[in-house]
Design a protein around this ligand. Structure first.
Ligand code: NAG
Length: 343
């Protein structure tokens, strides 16, 4: 099995049957738990940071599907995980007696394109003109959306921070934070314009900020020397891309396991600062601006930069190790699998 998310989520899956039995005994739902879930070597997971499929009623079909998937995962002959040990030191740790299939870290696998392919993109020539480490890159990934009120507030926060920014901007969605994930009709495309932004925002931030509608060449942006931090939803791809490029993060998680990733990055890896979205509350522009300032400048910013610089170097080394593990696995497959009989 190839697991594209972090070990912490896989560990949660593998523990789910026993967590479920505990919940059944207590006669409760996971969302009502007052104590965080403590998996070996991972940051404690508070109920409000759990993926929504785990917060669903235990009697629901969504939850039953999750539980079935968790039981299947435990039966795999082995699991390759897109992570690395220096980022998740507890990978494969069944310290609490849980029987695990063999687990191997093969990451950080990220999709990089030849830089030449993106060189002519408007945002990269714009980045070339900005001072080193001066730009905040803002993106909620391919699926993430905000309400229009929150999108407008984010715009005001960026403006108030007085830092340069590139914003891979999506149309708002009032109903869900993953409005673009399945390309729902609610999330509006660029053709409908940017009328959800505050009045005068585009004029006031001209030259300081660059809006890139819907898609941006992310790995090239994160690899550019002008980038100072990444305001991200903490999807695992984005997280690994930020780490691999040594860019400190502002974590603004939205859905799936993103809140767990954000906690891991802030508390364990110490390469991010979280915007508090625990209670799905509205985030004010002052808070957005202050968090940007903390990550861009000052003592805290220096610490983050140092930590993620170290992690970046380890990521490069880990990837070469991951490749040799993959090679070993392929070797085992080749030597154990019988060639299909010819009829
Ligand atoms: C993560 O990256 C891989 C490789 O580019 C891609 O196939 C996958 O769709 C990405 N996942 C998400 C959720 O965007």
């Amino acid at each position: 099995m190839f697991f594209t998310s972090p070990w912490m989520l896989l560990s949660l899956f593998l523990h789910l049957p026993s967590l479920d039995a505990d919940a059944a005994r207590a006669g409760g739902e996971h969302r009502d738990a007052t104590e965080p879930i403590r998996l070996p070597g991972c940051v404690p997971i508070h109920a409000h940071d759990l993926p929504s499929s785990m917060l669903a009623d235990r009697s629901s079909a969504t939850y039953a599907g999750l539980l079935a998937m968790a039981r299947d995962a435990a039966r795999a002959d082995g699991v390759l995980v897109n992570t690395f040990r220096e980022l998740e030191p507890a990978i494969g740790d069944g310290a609490d007696g849980l029987k695990l299939p063999p687990v191997h870290a093969v990451g950080p696998l990220i999709w990089t394109r030849p830089v030449a392919m993106d060189r002519d993109h408007e945002c990269l020539s714009w980045l070339n003109q900005q001072p080193r480490g001066s730009v905040v890159y803002v993106s909620f990934g391919s699926g993430g959306t905000l309400t229009w009120q929150q999108t407008a507030e984010l715009a005001l926060g960026l403006e108030l921070s007085q830092h340069r920014f590139i914003w891979a901007i999506k149309g708002p969605d009032q109903d869900t934070s993953s409005g673009a994930f399945f390309g729902t009709a609610n999330s509006r495309g660029e053709e409908e314009g940017m009328d959800f932004l505050p009045e005068g925002f585009i004029e006031r931030t001209r030259g300081v900020g660059l809006l890139v509608p819907s898609w941006a060449p992310q790995t090239s942006i994160l690899g550019h020397a002008s980038i100072g931090c990444f305001l991200t939803h903490c999807g695992w791809n984005s997280t690994l891309e930020s780490v691999s490029n040594g860019v400190p993060m502002i974590a603004w998680p939205l859905y799936a396991e993103q809140k767990m990733n954000a906690a891991m990055m802030e508390v364990q890896a110490k390469v991010a600062i979280r915007i508090n979205v625990g209670n799905e509350r509205f985030i004010m522009n002052e808070e957005i601006a202050n968090t940007i300032k903390r990550v861009m400048k000052g003592e805290e910013a220096e610490m983050l930069k140092m930590r993620i610089g170290e992690l970046k170097d380890k990521a490069v080394y880990a990837l070469s190790k991951g490749c040799s593990i993959l090679a070993q696995v392929t070797h085992v497959w080749k030597s154990t699998l019988q060639p299909s009989p010819k009829y």
